[in-house]
Write a protein that binds this ligand. Structure first.
Ligand code: FMN
Length: 196
């Protein structure tokens, strides 16, 4: 069993979102001690957007069915995971741009999904569950656009129906952050125990 952690917590160890992710992953590993945890650290990887040269290269590789090429590394890793945890702070009503770049790279035809003759996307991913973890400075109230997008991609392309969000809003409104995050860590551990 492989657990994939996509770490888009741009502030690194200072990130409150990352603290919640670590609590969720600890609980997952307690539940599945035999599991292999693979972390994609987008802060250190710093993937680039797909510029025209790479779009053309990817098309050429696709025509040759050369899916072992490094350009597909993220997509292959995502397709092979059994459970997926994505951590990202709430930025500009969604998430940091580096996560969009990651998503751009995992939406790869014939690696994470394939089109049927009728043009319907069918998943090539193993995962059955995805947990999205975030924190926001203010209220989110109907504009959880990052999660909505992740859920749509998961449902439509990756065939993952069980897509959950754990979000703590209003962290930058003068509340006691360590206490709130401490309570959040307990809540997320309880949630993961019951969910995964
Ligand atoms: C570039 C940037 C954009 C942000 N955009 C929003 C936003 O649209 N709405 C909001 O409520 N908070 C916003 N925030 C505040 C963060 O969501 C909040 O501080 C969050 O808890 C940070 O998580 P972290 O500790 O994991 O980095 C933004 C922060 C930054 C740095």
């Amino acid at each position: 069993m492989k657990i994939l952690f996509v770490n888009a917590c741009v502030r690194g160890e200072a990130s409150n979102t990352l603290k919640l992710c670590r609590a969720a992953l600890t609980t997952l590993l307690e539940k599945y001690p035999e599991a292999l945890l693979v972390e994609v650290d987008l802060d250190s990887d710093r993937p680039e957007p797909l510029y025209p040269e790479e779009v053309a290269q990817r098309s050429a590789l696709h025509a040759e069915k050369a899916y072992d090429h490094p350009i597909y590394a993220y997509a292959r890793e995502f397709a092979a995971a059994d459970k997926i945890v994505i951590g990202a702070p709430y930025w500009d009503l969604a998430f940091p741009a580096v996560l969009k770049i990651y998503l751009e790279r995992i939406c790869a035809v014939d690696v994470t999904f394939a089109y049927s003759p009728e043009g319907k996307p069918n998943s090539l991913c193993r995962a059955d569950q995805l947990l999205y973890i975030s924190t926001a400075g203010g209220p989110v109230e109907g504009f959880n656009l990052g999660f909505d997008y992740i859920r749509a991609l998961s449902n439509v392309f990756f065939g993952i129906e069980d897509v959950r969000c754990f979000m703590i809003p209003c962290l930058d409104t003068g509340i006691d952050i360590p206490t709130t995050i401490g309570e959040g860590e307990e809540q997320i551990r309880t949630m993961v125990e019951a969910w995964a």
